[in-house]
Design a protein around this ligand. Structure first.
Ligand code: CO
Length: 204
């Protein structure tokens, strides 16, 4: 049997360090979780949700997929969103994209990548929808960065257009959906300034 002992060693060290700082940490979390934030981010290994925002276990509910998409028929993402909003009552939903996203870059290419092309088709649609803006950007890396940002904005809109967020607002629940982007080149997060906290924000 092939095992990965170094990862278990890492785990032991990690758990003992946390317990040393706070002996009740894990027993408290075992009883319940009450995160204030839902993170919807990319699966990319260079974008680890908790670490980027300095949050501990229990503080961030997380969903990740290739290119941080919120698709209206994706039961996985929608189930996470529903649980986060209806049960955990998170106050903030953060859609976080990142520059240098392989999913976004693959979507812009003309060569096939297999099954994933069906998923990436959503980004291709965004690229076409914003074709005129993107065509004006002659510098290719800059154009890719812009599409990474536009993808986040579109996913924020998709999130607030779900019945989950709309019903939450109707109930008077306080939910803000944010659009952020992370730069894998320097570790810095940027708020894209597209936060939506009510249906009125969306119609602007
Ligand atoms: Co990515």
């Amino acid at each position: 049997m092939i095992t990965l002992p170094h990862l278990f060693e890492n785990n032991k060290k990690w758990a003992s360090e946390i317990s040393a700082a706070n002996p009740d940490f894990f027993s408290g979390l075992a009883a319940q979780q009450s995160p204030e934030y839902l993170w919807i981010g990319c699966s990319d290994s260079r974008v680890p949700a908790n670490e980027i925002v300095g949050l501990l276990p229990g503080e961030l509910f997380v969903h990740r997929n290739i290119a941080n998409l919120v698709i209206h028929t994706d039961m996985n993402c929608l189930s996470v969103l529903q649980y986060a909003v209806d049960i955990l009552k998170v106050k903030h939903v953060i859609v976080c994209g990142h520059y240098g996203c392989g999913g976004v870059m693959a979507a812009m290419e003309d060569r096939p990548h297999g099954l994933v092309d069906n998923w990436l088709r959503h980004i291709r649609d965004i690229q076409q929808r914003h074709g005129r803006i993107l065509e004006c950007i002659e510098n290719e890396p800059e154009r890719i960065r812009r599409l990474c940002e536009l993808n986040v904005v579109e996913q924020v809109i998709n999130a607030v257009n779900t019945t989950i967020i709309k019903d939450g607002w109707k109930r008077g629940q306080h939910i803000v959906v944010h659009g952020w982007i992370y730069d894998i080149a320097d570790g810095m997060l940027k708020d894209l300034g597209v936060s939506i906290s009510s249906p009125a924000d969306l119609s602007l």
